[in-house]
Design a protein. Structure first.
Length: 86
């Protein structure tokens, strides 16, 4: 039975490695995921492996403006945030 209000996670560094693996694992566990990294093409490939609603946002965690946009877009798209994985 699916959760009527799925949890939402932001995962940074999702172009590769631990970030990418975490985003896919959370998606398989039923979480909606927001993928955040600097390489758009790699984000698209990671998103294609996710099974739940997924949003990609291109940006840099060292940029205050990018991080602000990340949180604003997440809340706009999903209405909430339950987990931040950096």
């Amino acid at each position: 039975m699916s959760d009527p209000c799925p949890k939402v996670a932001i995962i940074t560094g999702t172009s590769s490695g631990i970030g990418r693996a975490t985003s896919i694992a959370l998606s398989k566990a039923g979480w909606d995921v927001v993928l955040f990294a600097g390489r758009e093409e790699e984000l698209k490939l990671a998103a294609a492996e996710c099974l739940t609603p997924t949003s990609i946002i291109v940006g840099d965690v060292t940029s205050e403006g990018d991080v602000k946009r990340l949180f604003e877009e997440t809340v706009k798209t999903f209405g909430r945030l339950d987990l931040l994985f950096m």
